[in-house]
Design a protein around this ligand. Structure first.
Ligand code: SF4
Length: 235
């Protein structure tokens, strides 16, 4: 299968913390998070795909002033062939590589781990809610097993940066849910809680859902800290 590269931003200062990076987007996702702001990437539009040759040229042109390449989506781990492209970028350009993923494909994460310096893993909800509210085409047991395998594999990866992230969409993330989700987050990893943005959500329901207040978000983070997690608020 061709990798559906669908977006490229030459310079970003926010997607790889502390480094100047380019970011590459792939289309297609195995979830339908109501708050997703990349809803246009759910479907693969073959007419607007970008070739890997074009992307390599763009990265090579920037090699002197970028330090990293970020692979995001959509969901990058849907495409086995992406592992080869990540390897090519790493080996030929020597860039730091960051992978943004929902963590549901641990074999892919293991496959690319040699070439990835920074993993950002989205833990979205409790396993049950992945299939009932987030559109996952897998059972809650499969979600649980995949997220646990991702966590356990990444715990063995010394020298890599690993962060976990959760978007605070009130219908799927509350304190009891966060407590259940914490099983998939190592206590020593940074766990970023981030606001959901109603204005850019693809789902009409999410567009009308009131977000948590800053004070509620800080309270959720403090509750996780009390449980021994390295919870942080990302603004
Ligand atoms: S938020 Fe991420 S995992 Fe969820 S639907 Fe959007 S791209 Fe997919």
């Amino acid at each position: 299968m061709t990798i559906p590269f669908s977006g490229f931003k030459g310079t970003t200062l926010v997607d790889y913390p502390g480094k100047v990076a380019s970011i590459i987007f792939v289309s297609g996702c195995n979830l339908r998070c109501p708050y997703c702001h990349n809803g246009r990437l759910f479907q693969v539009d073959k007419k607007s795909l970008i070739s890997p040759v074009f992307l390599m040229e763009k990265l090579r042109e920037r090699k002197e002033f970028i330090e990293a390449a970020v692979f995001s989506g959509g969901e990058p781990s849907l495409y086995e062939e992406l592992a080869g492209f990540i390897e090519e970028v790493k080996e030929s350009l020597g860039l730091n590589i960051k992978l943004d993923t929902n963590g549901l494909n641990p074999p892919f994460i293991e496959k690319v781990s040699k070439y990835v310096d920074y993993f950002a893993i989205d833990i979205k909800a409790t396993p049950m809610l992945y299939s009932t509210l987030l559109g996952a085409d897998m059972s809650s047991d499969e979600v649980r097993s995949n997220l646990m395998a991702t966590k356990q594999f990444l715990e063995t990866q010394s020298g890599k940066i690993v962060e976990y992230r959760t978007t605070l969409y009130p219908p799927v993330v509350s304190l009891p849910f966060l407590q259940e989700m914490s099983a998939f987050v190592p206590r020593n990893a940074s766990w970023y809680l981030q606001q959901f943005v109603a204005a850019t959500a693809w789902s009409k329901e999410a567009q009308q859902t009131p977000p948590y207040t800053n004070s509620q978000i800080n309270s959720l983070a403090n509750s996780l800290k009390d449980l021994g997690y390295h919870a942080l608020v990302r603004n």
